[in-house]
Design a binder for this molecule. Structure first.
Ligand code: IMP
Ligand code: MG
Length: 180
């Protein structure tokens, strides 16, 4: 069994980080011409995405993708599968991928490679959280909300086996048997 322990990041801290990211992104894309294409990565990014887009002032189109590199549980498999693809054509567009957390970096590295093959003008990645100590490939997000230590976290959209996405704070999850 798993259990949620103490709060690692409060809803207030997250709100401040999201505001800062929104401001920065709005500045960076100001006057870029066409609407940017904001791509939310399902399911984990849904809470972050909803908060972030309301802090971005430039015109945008919203789309979603679902990719998976994780099976049920907390162990990475190192392969990305597209479960739901974009509805929009991104050729010539500025794409902003919105992800919940960067861990090994494998998901984002593979996804960026896939999306670059569709000839966008640019691709940037914004992640609510980043665990740089867990990196298995060389990947850096363009915008990072909050850096976190090597703990498995849930809440603010992040899950364990589909659970805990609704928690407003980010909390540490402990799994009995040490299966992290
Ligand atoms: P990566 O390919 O290892 O970077 O995997 C990133 C994905 O793993 C994220 O989109 C999350 O779905 C999941 N993930 C990584 N760390 C955590 C965590 O601490 N809590 C919940 N999900 C996580
Ligand atoms: Mg995810």
């Amino acid at each position: 069994m798993e259990r949620v322990t103490g709060t690692m990041i409060s809803a207030e801290e997250i709100r401040a980080a999201v505001e800062r990211l929104g401001k920065q992104i709005s500045e960076d894309y100001a006057g870029s011409g066409k609407e940017i294409v904001v791509v939310g990565i399902l399911k984990g990014a849904f809470v972050f995405l909803a908060d972030l887009v309301r802090q971005i002032s430039c015109p945008m189109i919203l789309d979603f993708m679902q990719v998976s590199s994780y099976y049920s549980g907390t162990v990475s498999t190192g392969n990305v599968r597209i479960k739901k693809d974009l509805d929009f054509d991104i050729a010539g567009r500025d794409v902003l991928i919105v992800e919940d957390i960067i861990d090994s970096g494998i998901t984002m590295q593979c996804l960026k490679r896939e999306l670059y093959s569709r000839n966008p003008r640019s691709i940037k990645v914004v992640a609510a959280f980043d665990k740089p100590s867990r990196r298995k490939v060389d990947f850096t997000a363009d915008y990072i909300g909050i850096e976190v230590p090597d703990e498995f976290i849930v809440g603010y959209g992040l899950d364990f086996d589909g659970k805990y996405r609704n928690l407003p704070d980010v909390c540490v999850l402990e799994v009995d048997g040490g299966d992290k």
